[in-house]
Write a protein that binds this ligand. Structure first.
Ligand SMILES: Cc1cc2nc3c(=O)[nH]c(=O)nc-3n(C[C@H](O)[C@H](O)[C@H](O)COP(=O)(O)OP(=O)(O)OC[C@H]3O[C@@H](n4cnc5c(N)ncnc54)[C@H](O)[C@@H]3O)c2cc1C
Length: 137
């Protein structure tokens, strides 16, 4: 008999099952009605960004970033995580919100010249850039 049944084989269920097993719970059963990652988990754009409006979300994402950065040490194989950085632009009327999000995530505001130097294919516009944001792909 399983000690714990976890329902849902998305990233949350898989992570919960993994951590229960890692904590020494012998009989963990993961129930998935379709296939693993068949829901939003398998369809996500797979970005790990710290660019959120709520500090708690930033903390959670920062934890995820740390886990994916050292996935091999923790789990035993590479997750496919690649750190790319994230450049975000916004129209003037969204500047305040963008600056707020960037400030929570140690973001950095760049001048138009800096943006153009960093990414010549982009239109040269002032954009806060989050140094700590990354992508898994
Ligand atoms: C288009 C898109 C892009 C996204 N991009 C990003 C991104 O770049 N970065 C990011 O961090 N987040 C992104 N997200 C959000 C992220 O994908 C979700 O927050 C995350 O995958 C949710 O994981 P979950 O395990 O909670 O749920 P789910 O992935 O929904 O997994 C739930 C699983 O439970 C199963 N299930 C449900 N009910 C039952 C049942 N009764 N019995 C058995 N199994 C059941 C389902 O089949 C499913 O496989 C994106 C989401 C979408 C839709």
């Amino acid at each position: 008999m399983p000690e714990v049944a976890v329902v849902g084989g998305g990233v949350m269920g898989a992570s919960i099952a993994y951590h229960l097993a890692a904590a020494g719970i012998d009989a963990v059963v993961l129930h998935e009605r379709d296939a693993l990652a068949s829901g939003p988990t398998g369809r996500s754009t797979a970005l790990i960004r710290l660019h959120y409006s709520q500090p708690l979300l930033v903390q959670m994402a920062a934890h995820g970033l740390a886990v994916y950065s050292s996935f091999r040490e923790a789990v035993g194989f590479h997750s496919g995580f690649t750190r790319t950085g994230l450049l975000i632009g916004a129209p003037e009327d969204e500047r305040e919100a963008l600056e707020h999000n960037a400030s929570l995530a140690a973001g950095e505001q760049l001048s138009p010249d800096q943006v153009e130097e960093l990414e010549p294919r982009q239109c040269p516009c002032a954009a806060p850039r989050s140094r700590a944001t990354s992508s898994r792909r």
